[in-house]
Design a protein around this ligand. Sequence first.
Ligand code: CA
Ligand code: CA
Length: 533
Amino acid sequence: MKAKFSHVLMLLGALLAFVPILSVDYLLDAYARNKELSALQARVNEISAQINDSTASAVTALRQVIADSPSFCTPTFTDFAQRAIENSPNVKQILVENMDGVQYCDAFGRSVQHSPLSDSLPVPGLTETIAIAKFAEMAIPAIKVTQVLGGVRRISAFVPLLASSQEGLADTLPKGAMLDIALTSGLQVLAVGDGLDYDQLAGSNEYLAVQSFAGELPVKVRYLLPFADARAGYADLDVLFTTLACMFSACLLLIALRYARRSRVPSFDLERAIGRNEIKPYYQPVINLRTGGLVGCEVLCRWEKPNGQIVPPGVFIDYAEASGMAIPMTLSLMQQVRYDLSDLSQKMPGMKISINLFEGHFRDVGIVEDVQAIFGNSPISFDQLVFEITERRPLENSPAVNSVISGLHALGSRIAMDDAGTGHSNLAYIATLGVDVIKIDRIFVDMIKPGTTQVPVLDGLIAMAKDLGCEIVAEGVETEAQAIYLRSRGVIQAQGYIFAPALKVGAFKELALALQATPVGYSNVADIDSDAA
Ligand code: CA
Ligand code: CA
C-alpha cells in the first residue's frame, strides 16, 4: 500500500511539474485581457465624457440665450445668440423653429440645413431633449439640443457629436477594431473601423468589448477589439515567462525524479536482482586500534546493476525490509560471503565476519537453520560469525526473539547491538537480549573533535558496554583524533573511513593479507598516544 501511494504521489509530482508551463499562457492571457480592457475602457470613457461635455455646453448656451432675450428673432436676440456661440466653441448654430420645423430665425441669418438622424429623446434631469442630426456640411453627426417654448416654438443648439473628425478617430484605431456611438435604443449614429456587430460579439471571448454612457444622455460609446490582436503585443512577455516557467518546471521535475529514485524500487526488480546475485557483499575492515591488525569485517551490500551502476544500500534497504525481501537478500549475501571468504578465514582463523540481520529474521528460527546450512560444512566456523541487530528498531523481548538469539549462541556465533545509543534501549534490555558486542554509532564518534578531552555521552556508552562485559566496536571513525581518543578510553576495535571504506572482496582480501604480513599497522597513533601517556 505504502509503495503504491508513493507511486501516485510521484506521478502527481511529475504532472505538477508541468503546471508552470501550462499556466503561463493562461496567466498571460488573463493579464493581457485585464490590461487591454482597462485601456479600452479609458478610451471610451474619454469619448463619452466629450459628448457629455459638449452637450452640457449647448444646454448652457441655450439657456443663456433664452434668459437674456426678451423676445426671439429680434436683432438683440441675434446678438445674444452669436455671443453665446462665440463663448462656447462647441456650439455651431442656434435655431428657432415652430413645432413643424418651419424656421423662424437663427444666429447667422441664413437657412439652416439639417436633417434628423434620430427622434427627439428626453434626458433625465433636463427640460431639453436631444436628437442626432446631420448638420450643414459637417461630416460628423451633430447633437441637436432643443427647448420647447410655450408649446408652439422651439429653440435648438447644434454641437458636433465629437470634437475630432471621423477619419481622425479611425486613424487611432488598431486594425480589426470597431468603435461606434449608438443611442441606448441601439441605433448606431457613428461607426469607425471594421463593421462588427457589438451586441453579437460582446459576449465572445475572442473580443474585448467595452462601453461607456455619456452621463445621463441616452448615448453610449462602444469599442470592440479582437483579443488575438491585443494579445500579440505581449509576445515578448510570452517568451520571458515561458523561459522562466520551463526553468521552474525543470526544477520541480528534478525534485520529483529524485524522490522517485529514492522511493521507487519495484519489488520484482529487487527480487530479480537477488536472484541474479546483483546484491553484492562489500567488506568493511574492522581494525584493532592497538596493533593496527585486522579484527574482521562487516558485510555491507551494494546493488551492482548490469549497466554498471552501483546503488548504495540506503536506496533499497528500507524497501527490502518492508517488502520482506531482506530475508532472501541476507541469504544470498551469506552464500556469497561463504564463497568469498572461505580461504581467507582458514588463513586467519581469528577473523570475525559481522552480518546484519533485520527485525524479520527474529520472527522464527529460519535464520538459524539458514546459517547452519550455509556455513555448516564450510571453512568458515560459526564462532567467526557475528550477527548484528540494530537498536534503531529495538526487538521485543519475545520467545521468538530469544530462541533466535539462543540458537545463534548455541552455534557459537555472537550477537552485536548495532547503532548502539541511537535507540532507547537501557542496560536491562541489552542484558536480557544476550548481546556480546556493542557497536557504538557514528554519531557519538563524530562528537570527538580535535582537542576534545571528554565526550560524556560517548564515555557513558563505553562504560555501560564494559559493565555489561561486551566487546566494543566503534563505527564511523574518520579522524586520527577519534582513533586516539577511543583507544585512550579502552575501545580496541573500530571501523571507518580512516582505515577503509567497504571494499570489494578482492581489495578486502589484499588488505587483510597485507595487514597480516605487517602487523605494525597503526603506528603513528601508537606514537602520539605513548607521547601523551
Ligand atoms: Ca551494521
Ligand atoms: Ca551500524
